[in-house]
Design a protein around this ligand. Structure first.
Ligand code: NAD
Length: 438
């Protein structure tokens, strides 16, 4: 199939590259010229496992190219996938500005193109957004009727940053919210041959499923972290507790997100919880469990600050800055928040994150760092040793093998393990090692 993908961020560039790898002819569209140029040069606009090699390969074979020109993309495609961002508004509600703008642009291009096209929304959006907001915009700008002149579907994305390419080819499920059967068929054909169950449901159901997933993931992380903190205070090994808890398959518990570790963050879980709670409140529905997942997460972050304070040391090293290991994504990163808390308290801080440094070198996250984190940019060190030489106490929030290999045993800075390192059990008896996630 000929596919255009709108938005070359984490979801869009992974979807575009993987669909091209599956044999489709893909054209990526973004308003950001830097991302378009990176893709056309065969380089990934994000740092993720395997995405660099994949984009190099599919751009070389001609299966993927990128443009800023919406008309050109729509003219040459049968299906459009919309993967633009839906961040939080300051009051916690869902920002639909990018969705509205791109939908209008797609509609205008469809009016010129003529013929059947299916517009598929992959962005996360509250139930009702597609039907009540986007379809009317599309109908007005395209000058036609959805389901008659063009197709509309919602196909939420379940990838996890860090393992997104793997997740694309081995999805937990495929959810297709369809306005009409032809639109649903077009989406199903995109993923033909991929494993996992396919669920074809009404559009609002598809929109809501994504929120069920993300709210539950946040809840699981908060549950594991609170349990970890209580076990630690009571002198119990929480990972041993969870080993047994998770072995109980009769209750069908997936171990994902259920390991005590650091606070969650990123561009999805916090903002999706926020907008879900905001929508519930507007509808006068009390949601005390959901409303307290983010406060629980903040309390967990605060425990890390307290651990540093308890050491009484001032020169601090932080390994890891992205919102979780394996990505360069800094949006709503709890490690950024931790760095800001420590920086604000006057600690002498140095930070190392190889993915963030690589992304900065490529230019992908340079603007984000310069505009949003200029106060942290000056603290970023490209080498592991620079941070180790500086620090009296080191916080470890990454699984980067180069960092793990360089961490001293016993002698050296105090090590505060934020994520339960692979050798945590062996280190536990070493002096100067302490863990947030025991
Ligand atoms: P992102 O911010 O990384 O990327 C969005 C891209 O859209 C940017 O490159 C931006 O320049 C581009 N864009 C904005 N307006 C545009 C327009 N008019 N035309 C073309 N491009 C435009 O966002 P993301 O992390 O990829 O998330 C996208 C959506 O998918 C969000 O709704 C998010 O909630 C959802 N989602 C994200 C993840 C994740 O792990 N990041 C997982 C599942 C779902």
């Amino acid at each position: 199939m000929r596919i255009s993908v709108f938005g070359l961020g984490y979801v869009g560039c992974v979807s575009a590259a993987c669909l091209a790898e599956l044999g489709h002819e893909v054209i990526g569209v973004d308003v950001n010229q830097v991302k378009v140029d990176l893709v056309n040069d065969g380089k990934a606009p994000v740092v993720e496992e395997r995405i660099g090699e994949l984009i190099a390969e599919v751009v070389r074979t001609g299966a993927l190219r990128a443009t800023c020109d919406v008309r050109e993309a729509i003219a040459g495609s049968d299906v459009s996938l919309v993967c633009v961002g839906t961040p939080s508004e300051p009051n916690g509600s869902l920002c639909t500005t990018y969705l509205e703008r791109v939908t209008e642009q797609i509609g205008a291009a469809l009016a010129e193109r003529g013929g059947w096209q299916t517009v598929v929304f992959r962005s996360t959006m509250l139930p009702g957004t597609c039907g009540n907001l986007l379809v009317p915009i599309l109908e007005k700008s395209a000058g036609g009727t959805a389901g008659v002149d063009f197709g509309v579907a919602v196909n939420p994305e379940f990838l996890r940053e860090g393992t997104s390419v793997r997740d694309f080819f081995d999805p937990p499920k495929t959810v297709i919210g369809e306005l009409d059967p032809a639109s649903g068929d077009a989406v199903a054909a995109l993923y033909d041959g991929l494993p996992g169950e396919v669920f074809r449901v009404p559009i609002p159901t598809a929109e809501a499923i994504k929120y069920a997933d993300n709210a539950f993931h946040g809840l699981k992380i908060g549950f594991a972290n609170e349990l970890g903190a209580v076990c630690h205070a009571l002198g119990v090994d929480s990972h041993q507790v969870m080993d047994v808890f998770l072995a109980d398959r009769k209750l069908n518990i997936s171990p994902a997100y259920l390991r005590p570790g650091f606070a969650f963050g990123g561009s999805c879980l916090p903002k999706d919880l926020r907008s879900l709670v905001h929508a519930a409140q507007r509808a006068d529905v009390a949601v005390p469990i959901l409303a307290n997942v983010l406060p629980s997460n903040s309390a967990h972050l605060e425990r890390a600050v307290e651990l540093v304070e308890r050491t009484g040391k001032r020169r601090v090293g932080l390994f890891g800055l992205s919102f979780k290991p394996g990505t360069d994504d800094l949006r709503e990163s709890p490690l950024v928040e931790l760095a800001e808390r420590l920086f604000g308290k006057g600690y002498d801080l140095r930070i190392h994150d190889a993915n963030v440094s690589l992304s900065r070198l490529l230019g992908a996250n340079r603007e984000y760092i310069e505009t949003r984190l200029p106060h942290l940019a000056q603290l970023l060190a490209d080498s592991v040793d620079e941070v180790l030489d500086h620090a009296e106490v080191c916080l470890i929030g990454t699984r980067d093998p180069a960092v793990l290999a360089a961490l001293p045993h016993g002698d050296g800075p105090v090590l505060i393990d934020l994520i339960h390192l692979p050798d945590a059990d062996a280190r536990r008896t070493e002096p100067g090692y302490t863990g947030l996630a025991w």
